[in-house]
Design a protein around this ligand. Structure first.
Ligand code: SAM
Length: 311
């Protein structure tokens, strides 16, 4: 969705931009190209190897680009420290990159056998194998249900727990298939291990907490007229983006929350809007993009624009 990101951020030559999930540097390269000759970009990512890959990919942009390793919830502070605020545009492209997914040593895909790691930053924190080893069944079931919406989460958690130590991606896939069946057997659209892998990855990297804490900070780091574009890959992420954006826009959608809209409380002071919603419905990728990159099919882009502070 690099094209859609550039169209929505409208980079200009005097602009300062943040790519909070720089990955392989695709979005960053598009923003730097569109903001030539003087636009500057700070690229951050939790994964030191992504920072390395981005450094190679973006080398030709010279000192217009600065790269720092940090989590998304720290990115606004890093931007402030590096002199990039107020920002004219921010892009956040959640989830994981093809480089991470395709590397068996990262343990992020059940299509490849490898250690059950799943950390975006393999230099710190606990691996998925350690998490499974340290959780009790109830905690594991909660993770599977909350972060993967795994059907029969308790049954799947019990099977994983009983199989401990679970140390490889193949072993986890086998345990899940044993209890939940394969895609063909269960006539499901996706392999049941997909949701289990997603849930453990989100837990290992504390992704949803980081996202909900990061978004208000990123909004505050924007210049008036600056835009924040977020691409989410599943409904849990998209729900957080939608909720934070609507709260920051002091927007109440009574269809979404009947009876709880702000306008239902005539005496309550109306919250002050910090942003306006650029698109009320999230944008989805074009069909030809999905044909070229099937992993993009579930991407949803939401955008807000910072408005002037009310004195
Ligand atoms: C989909 S990829 C980004 C791809 C990038 N837009 C490009 O064009 O190459 C997502 C990246 O975000 C990083 N990431 C995901 N969640 C993060 C978080 N909470 N904090 C920091 N980085 C995160 C991952 O390490 C990964 O490199």
């Amino acid at each position: 969705m690099a094209q859609a990101v550039v169209e929505t951020l409208r980079p200009h030559p005097a602009g300062r931009y943040l790519d909070g999930t720089v990955g392989g540097g695709g979005h960053s390269a598009a923003i730097l190209t569109a903001s030539a000759p003087d636009g500057r970009l700070l690229g951050t990512d939790a994964d030191p190897r992504a920072i390395q890959a981005a450094a190679e990919r973006l080398a030709s942009f010279g000192d217009r680009v600065v790269l720092r390793r940090c989590w998304l919830d720290q990115a606004a502070d890093v931007a402030r420290r590096e002199g990039f605020t107020p920002l004219d545009g921010i892009v956040v492209d959640l989830g994981l990159s093809s480089n991470q997914l395709d590397d068996p040593q990262r343990g992020l895909s059940f299509m490849r056998d490898g250690p059950l790691d799943m950390r975006f930053d393999q230099t710190q924190g606990i691996t998925a194998a350690q998490l499974i080893g340290e959780c009790d069944v109830a905690a594991l079931a909660r993770i599977l249900k909350a972060y993967g919406e795994v059907p029969h989460a308790w049954r799947v958690a019990e099977a994983i727990w009983a199989a401990r130590p679970v140390t490889t991606t193949s072993q986890l896939k086998e345990v899940v298939t044993g209890v939940a069946g394969s895609r063909a057997g269960a006539r499901r659209a996706i392999h049941p291990a997909t949701q289990v892998f997603q849930a453990l990855r989100i837990a290992v990297n504390d992704e949803l907490r980081r996202l909900s804490e990061a978004l208000p900070r990123l909004i505050e780091a924007l210049a008036p007229g600056g835009r924040l574009a977020v691409i989410a890959f599943h409904s849990l992420e998209d729900r957080i983006v939608k909720t934070v954006f609507r709260a920051a826009a002091a927007d109440s959608d009574e269809d979404d929350a009947p009876g709880f809209g702000v306008s239902k409380l005539p005496d309550a002071p109306r919250p002050v809007a910090r942003v306006r919603l650029v698109n009320r419905k999230p944008l989805a990728p074009q069909e030809d993009e999905v044909r070229q990159n099937p992993r993009a099919r579930s991407a949803r882009l939401r955008v807000v624009e910072r408005i002037e502070d009310v004195a």
